[in-house]
Design a protein around this ligand. Sequence first.
Ligand SMILES: [Mg+2]
Length: 382
Amino acid sequence: MKITKLTTYHAAPRWLFLKIETDAGIAGWGEPVIEGRSRTVEAAVHELGGYLAGKDPARINDLWQTLYRGGFYRGGPILMSAIAGIDQALWDIKGKTLGVPVYQLLGGLVRDRMKTYRWVGGDRPAELVEQIRGYRALGFDTFKFNGTEEMRLVDSPRAVDAALAKVAAVREAFGDSVDFGVDFHGRVGAPMARVLLRELEPFKPLFVEEPVLPEQAEYYPRLAETSAIPLAAGERMYSRFDFKRVLAAGGLSILQPDLSHAGGITECMKIAAMAEAHDVALAPHCPLGPVALAACLQVDFASHNAMLQEQSIGIHYNQGADLLDYVLNKDDFACDNGHIRALPGPGLGVEIDEARLQHAHLNPPDWRNPVWRHADGSVAEW
Ligand SMILES: [Mg+2]
């Protein structure tokens, strides 16, 4: 079998899909994207496509190493997201060729169902209690929301109190019947992270995510020493070489590699194994589309330390389309009491509505995250 063609489709809300075709008539799908830089990743995909033309898609390990090592320069969000989407599509082709789900090729199921959670509250956390109440009625008991809005490197107790009030309201409304992660989203610097973690501790969040930016990762072990709240990070780390540094330094309890940013299934299975060896849980990042989620689930169902799966149904970013709009086998993604079952179909288990994607590609939005500013006019982390 030979790879014959790579086609990319932009689609609302902010996604990029990749279709890899073969001379055997079997095609695989991937989602190579960095949110807000989809055109840049697309260019990288087609540039890397030169290494794929005419090659046997079954040799995923060799193709991955060629894409990673073959160009001398490596790593980072653009190149690793391009490799990620290509890798997903190659696994999809392999599974479809052999007629089995990818998790079978990874050694088979380690669990019967995977716990998922819902995002609530949006960019500027609001209406948390109302939204959680709505999702509770659908059977979800685990949630995530942003912990703060703009926060200065050293900020007023008023900013801390505003953040705490939202968390307190959730605990007051639901007691211990819900779990929630609080995402600092890299908005908080090390000085305020120390304060917030201490103040949040009585509310027992399941985890705090990106307590500081990943480029300040040396603070993860220091913050972990001051707080019993499990710390999570990883959506802005792109390979096992990035993750090995944070695992060696310690401090994180949960790794959150993104299957569309960190080299795909091939790389994230290795990252999952590295985490397991450090008693660190896995919770793949996935505010993206259905192929990315399907790839996450393949890893979750083959990784003992996978604890929680993010998914984007109803997420505040999904303007213009939602998770399953381009999916034909929607029923396979059904959530039962917050859990999803292993996708039964061959390959990644997602059947893409290509006609709908072609239509979406005609007029996709050019999504960018907002650029926030502090009250003094300086740029703030979003
Ligand atoms: Mg996050």
